[in-house]
Ligand binder design. Structure first.
Ligand code: ADP
Ligand code: MG
Length: 241
């Protein structure tokens, strides 16, 4: 495949194999996927179809067994752990279903954490963390601890933490899985807003209503991409047929 300059994610013949012989599981079985800069995508598919495995590779949290992965035109599949950690910190923000906030720290301190590794001085860390919290509408909550915040507010803190290093790519694995429908909408509105400012957003979800808020749906089955370009309208048709 020719390296595509407008792409931010380019997965080429990606395999991820767990175990060996009779216990072997092909979590990813020859995945090819290109996502362009500026897209807002969701990833859907049955449980066990390889969505989280793919997200972990896309997010440089894990390496494929074989294949090539170009992230922002860098070939990352064969990088060592130190290089991967550096790329991850610089280019990618993560949001998970569980918010993973540190309970003893305030919202502001939680959001400051990723900058410890980015060699930013402490005054600027505070300013940037406050600015990120403002972007998610939590400027009045910066001194609250996680247990003083609702689930939706905690997820917004996690989003602020994910964007504070100004990533080009935001990855979210079931980010609304623990939220009610109103706070789900708040989180999706923030993703849409971030996407309009240029951040590429890729989100795993099993909820069609959530996926329909994105521009493009990628469908996994049995470790493969079986549909790479579904539209929200396609998804509606699939649900009724
Ligand atoms: N660390 C692991 N060791 C062994 N098998 C795994 C591991 N992680 C995932 N799998 C298997 O790989 C397949 C894909 O899993 P996963 O990517 O978590 O699917 P999804 O996120 O779509 O539910 C499943 O069969 C799962 O059991
Ligand atoms: Mg999963």
């Amino acid at each position: 495949m020719i390296n595509n300059k407008s792409s931010i994610i380019q997965l080429e013949n990606i395999f991820k194999i767990y175990g060996s012989d009779e216990t072997e599981v092909k979590a990813l079985n020859d995945v090819n996927l290109v996502i362009d800069k500026g897209e807002y995508c969701s990833i859907m598919g049955p449980s066990g179809s390889g969505k989280s495995t793919a997200m972990n590779i896309i997010g440089c949290l894990d390496r494929p067994t074989s294949g090539h992965y170009y992230l922002d035109n860098l070939d990352v599949a064969q990088m060592d752990d130190t290089e991967l950690a550096h790329i991850r910190n610089k280019k990618i923000g993560f949001v998970f279903q569980q918010f993973h906030l540190l309970p003893q720290l305030s919202a502001l301190e939680n959001v400051m954490l990723p900058m410890v590794y980015a060699s930013v001085d402490s005054a600027e860390r505070r300013d940037r963390a406050a600015e990120a919290l403002k972007r998610v509408g939590l400027e009045n909550r910066i001194n609250n601890k996680p247990n003083q915040l609702s689930g939706g507010q905690q997820q917004r803190v996690a989003i602020a933490r994910a964007i504070v290093n100004r990533p080009v790519l935001l990855l979210a694995d079931e980010p609304t899985g623990a939220l009610d429908s109103r706070t789900t909408q708040e989180v999706l509105d923030i993703f849409t807003e971030l996407n309009t400012t240029g951040i590429t957003v890729v989100m795993v979800t099993h909820e069609p209503d959530v996926a329909r808020k994105t521009q493009r749906i990628v469908w996994f089955r049995d470790g493969q991409v079986v549909h790479s370009h579904l539209t929200p309208a396609d998804l509606t048709q699939m649900a009724v047929s």
